[in-house]
Design a protein around this ligand. Structure first.
Ligand code: ADP
Ligand code: ADP
Length: 225
């Protein structure tokens, strides 16, 4: 289990500073939510951790090591996108296997790992389907399987439930959390839904206009009478 630490991170798009001196520590194995309104910089920060964005200044440390100059595919970090970004022409199996093929994992090991990942998300029977033959919740599970099959040290989730209807969202929230607990992967979960953050996160950071306004456990931040 590894920690993720942002130290005084600044990032601008042109003249607009989108992340303004962000410092936070996500502890090993934690389920950490980044909460904030649209445009507050949540996705930008997540993409920076994944390596798709480069900061203008500050450091990003994983397990205490500065990974600022490590390219995305060499970071041991998995990201699930809001839109899932599944390949429509490939079967569920091939979608999940893709990252292992890319990493040249031997075929016997590949089969074991893909089967295990599909089992973990309850989709073993859907291996031969294509994404458009699946419900939204099932597509979400494929996206998760495809990411965890890589065995990342850090899992980044960018509003992964926002395309689901409300009932399914609440169900998937619990599934996601129980999966995270079983795997124990340090997880950063982006959401603009306060209830979602409160019901899942060990701790959370509230972001507004590129600034961390508060950090703490849900019960510390929202002390309802
Ligand atoms: P959030 O995820 O909290 O909705 P984002 O990180 O997506 O916020 O965006 C933060 C700000 O950065 C917004 O004002 C957005 O318009 C701007 N932004 C995001 N991506 C880009 C980009 N590639 N180029 C320019 N501005 C961007
Ligand atoms: P949900 O109620 O979870 O949104 P759906 O009503 O979309 O699920 O689908 C119900 C079941 O039918 C699911 O198991 C799904 O995999 C299956 N299914 C949906 N669309 C197709 C399709 N085009 N071809 C084969 N199976 C499908």
């Amino acid at each position: 289990k590894v920690s993720v630490e942002c130290r005084n991170i600044r990032l601008s798009y042109g003249k607009t500073e989108v992340l303004k001196d962000i410092s936070l520590v996500v502890e090993p194995g934690e389920f950490f939510a980044l909460l904030g309104p649209s445009g507050s910089g949540k996705s930008t920060l997540l993409r920076l951790i994944a390596g798709f964005n480069q900061q203008n200044s500050g450091q990003l440390l994983v397990d205490g090591r500065d990974i600022g100059s490590v390219p995305p595919h060499k970071r041991n970090i998995g990201m699930v996108f809001q839109s899932y970004a599944l390949w429509p022409h490939m079967t569920v199996w091939d979608n999940v296997a893709f990252g292992l093929v890319e990493r040249k994992v031997r075929s016997a090991e590949l089969k074991t790992r893909v089967a295990a990942a599909l089992e973990l998300v309850g989709l073993s029977q859907y291996a031969k389907r294509r994404p458009n033959e699946l419900s939204g919740g099932q597509q979400q599970r494929v996206a998760l399987a495809r990411t965890i099959v890589i065995e990342p040290q850090v899992l980044l989730l960018d509003e992964p439930l926002s395309n689901l209807d409300r009932n399914l969202r609440v169900q998937m929230r619990q599934e996601l959390l129980s999966l995270q607990r079983r795997l124990g992967i340090t997880t950063i979960f982006v959401t603009h839904d306060q209830e979602e953050a409160m019901t899942t996160a060990d701790r959370m950071a509230v972001l507004d206009q590129g600034i961390v306004q508060q950090v703490g456990s849900p019960s510390n931040l929202f002390d309802f009478p």
